[in-house]
Design a protein around this ligand. Structure first.
Ligand SMILES: *Cc1c(COP(=O)(O)O)cnc(C)c1O
Length: 366
């Protein structure tokens, strides 16, 4: 049951959108995830009826019954993608079809009604068009789109919900990580894991993030920006950061990233980086890498760079690893290495439309 192929969006423009001068002030320094646009997209699903009642309307609080399934059993998934201004005054998104596909896969894992890929794409495009004035023009700025879906059947029995709400909201964003240091310090979680074999690690669900927050607080207490999670079985293999995939760069110029083993989120940035690296003549291995090997290789100099990647921050060098009884640095510990820089630039240039796009990754909205 894929619902209707094409849904008509009912347009209910905001009666009192943010005035232009206020919006300009907000866009001057938006940070991440605090400045929201005027509108949102909303569509509903009911068993038997499929997807229906799609609209673009004023962004506002929504009303849910306290017995709505999401509050109790956490059937919730989300996506994250960005829209950029293009040189011709239009807007483009990066590989939104991949987000649409992943959203469907996440829904399947969480026993939720899949959103047809065409509905997903139409919904994000509708929002980018109506809120086009919220796309920052400043360097590094973009409109971060957050599609998500929640279970809203009013029922306390444990079963997949028969009703869902699919929504898209948008946030004007600047650079993701604040502060002067370019490279991040990362905490190795010893006590907590993010995802286990057979679990939901490969699905983009809020529950995975809930499970990661205590480790994240521990990281902050140890003056780290992020957590690196190890596998849940042997507590030995590097999996990923709380919300970013991880890459290692070696002195022979090769690249390595942990394989998608079911407990790692299949990042679209990860996939794009692998493609660009291979095209650039680098060897890329998808092979397990242990935390002990990471330390040894960093200390011996065999490992020259490490970086994390994801839509929000794109590519972030990892400068230092900390754990309860020690720490070690990678590279100079503060800035991005040559390969990290080069890969980041090739990716960002394609995203921004300043480099050719041989893979058709850039999706023009208008
Ligand atoms: C979203 C996400 C990523 C990065 O995926 P991108 O598609 O590159 O943005 C990595 N890890 C986790 C846990 C995520 O939720």
């Amino acid at each position: 049951m894929d619902g209707e192929s094409i849904l008509h969006f009912d347009h209910k423009p905001h009666a009192s959108p943010v005035p232009a001068d206020e919006r300009t002030a907000l866009l001057a320094n938006p940070g991440f995830g605090r400045v929201f646009t005027d509108h949102m997209v909303i569509a509903r699903y009911s068993e038997g009826r499929g997807w229906h009642s799609a609209s673009v309307e004023a962004r506002a609080p929504i009303s849910l019954d306290p017995a709505a399934a999401v509050f109790h059993y956490a059937q919730e998934i989300f996506e994250g993608l960005k829209a950029y201004r293009t040189a011709d005054g239009g807007a483009a998104m990066f590989r939104p079809d991949a987000n649409a596909r992943r959203f469907k896969e996440s829904a399947e894992r969480m026993a939720m009604a899949p959103v047809p890929e065409s509905l997903f794409l139409d919904a994000v495009c509708e929002l980018v068009k109506v809120d086009r004035d919220w796309i920052p023009t400043a360097e590094g700025g973009s409109l971060y789109l957050r599609p998500f879906m929640i279970a809203n059947e009013v029922f306390l029995g444990v079963k997949p919900s028969s009703e869902y709400l699919f929504m898209v909201i948008a946030s004007s964003v600047g650079a993701y990580f604040k502060g002067g240091r370019e490279a991040v310090q990362v905490w190795v979680s010893q006590d907590y894991t993010r995802a286990a074999p057979g679990g939901t690690g490969a699905a983009k669900c809020g529950g995975n993030y809930a499970a990661s927050l205590l480790a994240q607080s521990e990281a902050i207490r140890h003056d780290c920006d992020q957590v690196v999670f190890l596998d849940a079985v042997e507590r030995k293999w590097v999996e990923e950061l709380g919300g970013m995939n991880v890459f290692f760069v070696f002195e022979d110029g090769s690249l390595q990233t942990p394989p998608l083993n079911g407990s790692i989120l299949p990042g679209i940035t990860r996939d794009s980086i692998m493609t660009l690296a291979r095209e650039g003549g680098l060897t890329v291995r998808e092979e397990p890498y242990s935390i002990d090997q990471w330390r040894q290789d960093a200390e011996s100099g065999r490992l020259t760079e490490a970086f994390a990647c994801g839509t929000a921050a794109v590519v972030t060098p990892i400068g230092e690893l900390r754990y309860p009884n020690g720490s070690f640095t990678i590279g100079n510990g503060v800035s991005a290495g040559q390969t990290t820089k080069r890969l980041k630039t090739s990716l960002v240039d394609i995203q921004r439309g300043t480099a050719p796009d041989p893979h058709g990754w850039v999706y023009k909205v208008f």
